[in-house]
Design a binder for this molecule. Structure first.
Ligand SMILES: Cc1cc2nc3c(=O)[nH]c(=O)nc-3n(C[C@H](O)[C@H](O)[C@H](O)COP(=O)(O)OP(=O)(O)OC[C@H]3O[C@@H](n4cnc5c(N)ncnc54)[C@H](O)[C@@H]3O)c2cc1C
Length: 485
């Protein structure tokens, strides 16, 4: 049996931040467990331009069902390596607007309002580099198209409002500024009381007298005297809790798992940014982007009284297929504009397919359970089609191929969107503050256990979520150490 003070399970965006901050401020032994490989010195992991070199074993290989009752055909990427999804992503890095954290506070996350969270943004920006995406001529066309439609060009590294512009990236040149790169590398220079164990999966949390005391792992039992810290992400943190006996009691019993504590909200209230694209074939192949094929974005505020933009676009210089059956295939080179609903209301769930961590979780996204999400996308895709007809875009585009001109009525747009809706890979809220954890991130009714990753989001936020995940993790270190300083 191995003993430490803090056992952190998951070395992704949140886990790496928490590990480093605890190591800087305590002397106790910390073990950071990551099921996947190390990212250090691996160009496929840390060079944004070489993302395509990541092979299947950098990912958990999950599939998700987009709509109620639909087969799980969406490739629901979840990184399996140190640095987690921030070594797997496109590095769009935007500070959430104040209204997002103020909404968390309204939902019971006391101490999480925008004013209180500002210091955590400061800590992140003192640690990582944020640069604006380079601008390929085709991305520039998208920005000019937005201006032609009456929008302002906006610097999204300074403000989040309606407009068009470039993504800020957590990157230094082509090198990712994921939390592993910025907070852990070089690993050999880390304080000696912080140990990073890669290729080591936790399979079960161990409890004694209602307290979490450690975990079973690929390297045996690890005991944590002070806290077990869950940082496995919004899919696997609830999975690990459920296989360990924390979750909806009836569901655990279905899989023969002894209930440690009935926590009905674990795995529930899964929120995600649902998107749907318009795809155009281009006259010529778009090549030569410098860092990543998603440089430009547009934010729109379509609903009266929306506290912040309700739509965010990813303009892709290529089409990345998310369905296994290639339903967005094109016969030539293509680009796509994929708007997502920023604070989508529909809630899905994560459930167990079996009693162990090796059993892939069931991910039901349940998109459009709330019809308002679909209505917003109908409005937006009509507008996106108009975007493709602007003077700025026309020289680039040969033809709209998805959905194509046959789709005209609202009913046809709805059918189309339901058939191609896709994720932006932003799951959160599956062990939310106020439902599963207290505002200081302790699991309700269980001593010695806290959660520090995207699972704890009290509601979905307006922008790409990684910056907020890191802010959560910075605050989590304060919560664990019992101070806000
Ligand atoms: C393809 C893709 C593109 C994205 N693009 C963007 C973007 O451009 N901008 C943005 O802001 N966000 C983006 N995101 C989302 C963002 O990267 C994630 O929301 C964020 O990284 C989640 O952080 P996390 O700490 O909650 O989980 P993760 O970063 O997923 O970390 C969880 C880690 O825990 C490990 N783990 C899980 N279970 C166990 C276990 N039992 N034992 C040991 N280890 C375990 C996993 O291997 C993983 O490394 C993207 C995500 C994906 C997948």
């Amino acid at each position: 049996m191995i003993h430490c003070d803090y056992l952190i399970i998951g070395g992704g965006s949140s886990g790496a931040v928490v590990a480093r901050r605890l190591a800087d401020r305590t002397a106790g032994r910390i073990i950071l467990l990551e099921a996947g490989r190390s990212d250090e010195g691996d160009p496929a992991a840390v060079d944004l331009r070489r993302l395509d070199e990541q092979t299947a074993d950098y990912d958990w290989g999950f599939r998700a069902a987009p709509l109620p009752g639909a087969p799980p055909l969406i490739n629901y990427a979840r990184a399996k390596l140190l640095g987690g999804c921030a070594n797997h992503n496109d590095c769009a890095f935007i500070r959430p607007p104040d209204s997002d954290f103020d909404e968390w506070e309204r939902r019971g996350a006391t101490g999480w309002n925008a004013d209180a969270m500002a210091q955590y943004w400061q800590r992140i920006t003192d640690t990582i580099t944020i640069e604006t995406a380079p601008c390929h001529p085709a991305s520039r066309r998208f920005i000019e198209a937005g201006i032609e439609m009456g929008l302002d060009e906006v610097d999204f590294s300074r403000e989040v409002r309606q407009g068009v512009g470039l993504f800020p990236l957590n990157a230094r040149g082509r090198t990712r500024q994921s939390s592993s790169v910025a907070y852990l590398h070089p690993i050999v220079n880390l304080p000696k009381h912080l140990e990073v164990w890669t290729q080591c999966m936790a399979t079960r949390i161990i409890f004694e007298n209602g307290r979490a005391v450690g975990a079973d792992t690929a390297r045996g039992e690890i005991r944590a005297a002070r806290a077990v810290v869950l940082a496995g992400g919004a899919i696997q943190t609830p999975q690990l809790m459920m296989v360990s006996g924390l979750g909806p009691a009836a569901h655990l019993k279905e899989h023969g798992i002894s209930v440690v504590r009935d926590l009905p909200h674990v795995g529930q209230h899964l929120r995600d940014h649902v998107a749907a694209p318009v795809v155009w074939e281009t006259h010529e192949e778009v090549t030569g982007w410098e860092i990543c094929p998603f440089e430009a974005t547009m934010m729109l505020t379509l609903e009266a009284n929306a506290p912040a933009p309700d739509i965010l676009f990813h303009f892709g210089l290529r089409v990345r297929e998310k369905y296994d059956d290639g339903r967005l295939a094109t016969s030539g080179p293509a680009v796509k504009a994929s708007p997502n609903v920023t604070r989508a209301l529909s809630e899905g769930q994560v459930r167990l397919s079996g009693p162990g961590m090796v059993d892939k979780p069931v991910i039901d996204l349940n998109y459009f359970a709330e019809p308002a999400d679909l209505d917003l996308l109908v409005k937006t895709l009509k507008l996106t089609r108009r975007l493709g007809r602007t003077n700025a875009m026309q020289p680039l585009l040969r033809a709209e191929v998805h959905p194509g001109p046959a789709v005209q009525s609202d009913a046809q747009w709805r059918d189309y969107i339901r058939s191609v809706c896709e994720t932006v890979y932003h799951p959160c809220g599956t062990a939310a503050i106020g439902r599963v954890v207290t505002p200081d991130l302790k699991v309700m009714g269980v001593d010695g256990l806290c959660i520090v990753d995207a699972s704890v989001f009290a509601s979905l936020i307006t922008v790409n979520i990684n910056a907020a995940v890191m802010m959560v993790a910075e605050k989590a270190a304060d919560c664990i150490l019992g101070s806000r300083a």
